[in-house]
Design a protein around this ligand. Sequence first.
Ligand code: ACO
Length: 151
Amino acid sequence: QASLPKGYVLRPLQSGDYERGFLDVLKVLTEVGDHTKAQWLERFNYLKQHSHEYFTIVIVEEAKNKVVAAGSVIVERKFVHLNGLVGHIEDIAVDANQQGKKFGIKIIEALKYIGENTGCYKVILDCSEKNIPFYEKCGFSHKEYEMVWRP
Ligand code: ACO
């Protein structure tokens, strides 16, 4: 896999990413909300306490000290497949001005690596039809359908 362009680093989410615009990057996905620092830390600290199951990674542009891309994999513990593990990829987001520069594929490659190395027998995700070609380039193939129910 090719490395990132010079001046960009891929690393786990840090609490200071609140100031580095992590939540702004997520706005390409959906409504995010206007978190106070306390609300951010409430969620961040939960994820940190469950860091064997929740893995959120970011790509940071060092010169600007800004998050440009992000993604997560959550490791689910099952009974089937003899206590098997399944990785769920969620919330893949690349800043609107930085799309098409291979940051998305780098995030997915890193999350697949985490999934494989935590012992997942598969890694799955839901996406829109429009993003199918992107995930096919990342090595995923189509299987089944997403269903949703909202209370
Ligand atoms: N249609 C066809 N090909 C695509 C598309 C697309 N919509 N998006 C990317 N590709 C291709 C690229 O051309 C590239 O191909 P190449 O290697 O042959 O040149 C390859 O996929 C990798 O593209 P990247 O540059 O890594 O894509 P990018 O950094 O823009 O990330 C992403 C893709 C994550 C979809 C980004 O555009 C984005 O944030 N979009 C808005 C939010 C979104 O839809 N996120 C995914 C939600 S699904 C989920 O979270 C599980």
